[in-house]
Write a protein that binds this ligand. Structure first.
Ligand code: AMP
Length: 280
């Protein structure tokens, strides 16, 4: 497995592989790998001749007072795990290389980033879209793989790719969960044992919404309130939002007619966790 930190070298390597007719698959990550990341990499392995994983904790997607500094990092472990799943190349640039002095160009995806996490974390998706656009120009992938866990991020990237005519196939991967339903996340590390128990309520809330939907409930307010109730019944939880939205525009719905996404964000202790599910 090759490890590159230099942007220019990464671009040259990408050019060589493209010239040789190889398909490049990219999995962008912030590291501290868990089974969710590894599943994306396995899909990338199947989709590309050259599998590149970028590892970059992107400061521009963290707000003031958020966890950029204490975000978990373990490069040695990440390199070992990536090598085990057959990653060809790790791209791990420095913050200084990605954002040199004078940097002032950002990508803003408008409507789909207004609600949900975009409302709670101003500037977050501007940071995400900007770093992903940069990674696309550095790694030059044919295919890029993102988890459905960060549903609004996936919608934002798809929108950016369409709007800017980027010649890249964006592939979503289903959410990978613990046996008790908790979506895997690097931030689960922040949970105390008692908070970890309460965190089960996020996926349970989504299951509750799905069950009601299957039973014929179509009022978004009822689905959201029931889901919220499941979470609020647990200690250590503080709901940021529970929303029932259109799957593509992310506009809030009154009534679910042609499917929806139920998305939620909840503080459990100091960890801000997100999860979602689709209503078919
Ligand atoms: P992160 O390192 O948290 O930025 O995540 C890197 C990629 O892994 C993103 O596309 C995430 O959506 C995806 N991801 C993170 N957790 C999961 C999970 N539990 N299931 C599926 N994908 C995930």
């Amino acid at each position: 497995m090759e490890i590159l930190t230099d942007i220019r070298v990464m671009q040259q390597v990408a050019d060589e592989h493209r010239a040789a007719g190889r398909t490049i698959a990219l999995v962008p990550t912030m590291g501290f790998f868990h089974e969710g990341h590894l599943s994306l990499m396995r899909l990338g392995r199947a989709r590309g001749d050259l599998l590149v994983v970028s590892l970059f904790v992107n400061p521009t997607q963290f707000g003031p007072g958020e966890d950029f500094k204490e975000y978990p990092r373990d490069l040695d472990r990440d390199l070992r795990l990536a090598a085990e799943v057959g990653v060809d190349l790790i791209f791990e640039p420095s913050v200084e290389a990605m954002y040199p002095p004078g940097f002032q160009t950002f990508v803003t995806v408008e409507e789909v980033t207004r609600g949900l996490c975009g409302a709670a974390r101003p500037g977050h998706f501007r940071g995400v879209a900007t770093v992903v656009a940069k990674l696309f120009h550095i790694v030059k992938p044919h295919v890029a793989i993102f988890g459905e866990k960060d549903y609004q991020q996936l919608v934002t990237i798809r929108r950016m790719v369409r709007d800017l005519n980027l010649d890249i196939e964006v592939v979503g991967h289903p959410i990978v969960r613990e046996p008790d339903g908790l979506a895997l996340s690097s931030r689960n590390l922040y949970l105390s044992p008692a908070e970890r128990v309460s965190a089960r309520s996020l996926s349970q809330a989504l299951e509750r919404a799905k069950a009601l939907y299957r039973a014929g409930e179509r009022q978004a307010a009822v689905l959201a309130a029931e889901a919220r109730g499941v979470i609020e019944a647990q200690p250590h939880t503080r709901v940021d939002y529970v929303a029932v939205c259109d799957r593509e525009t992310l506009e809030p719905l009154d009534e679910v007619k042609e499917g929806a996404v139920v998305a939620l964000a909840v503080f459990v202790g100091r960890a801000r966790l997100i999860d979602n599910c689709l209503l078919p």
